[in-house]
Design a protein around this ligand. Sequence first.
Ligand SMILES: [Zn+2]
Length: 136
Amino acid sequence: MSPARFLDPTGQRYGIPTYPWGWAFTFDADLATRTQLAALGLRPNGQEAAAQLMWRSRRAGHSGVRTALLYRISRAKPKRPMTPGRERAVALALRARRTCPTCGLVFNYCIPTSLGQCPNCAYGLTPETWELEVAA
Ligand SMILES: [Zn+2]
């Protein structure tokens, strides 16, 4: 079964933009589950879910499909007051998600968790300049 069944970036089929497990960051690096936000010390801050993940799972009852809501990192608020140290930690965590563990390059999108490395390393390609973060 192709994960493309769960790919609905416009929300036409499922009523809300929908991505297969592990694909959301490839399409929109600003999306994170509640658990991922918590790992960054953030909370959704009352925002509506911006999208959802869908994946097949044995644990999912008769439908065989599980979902998780995705929130915008840019609209999330810190769980505790942000300090310069915490702000730096969040920036580093976000940067780590954009760094390929294989080639060490920093991309302007998050490394797909489904690949565990950048698509270039996964498919033997050369990164395009638009993909790479401009050095500050
Ligand atoms: Zn790479």
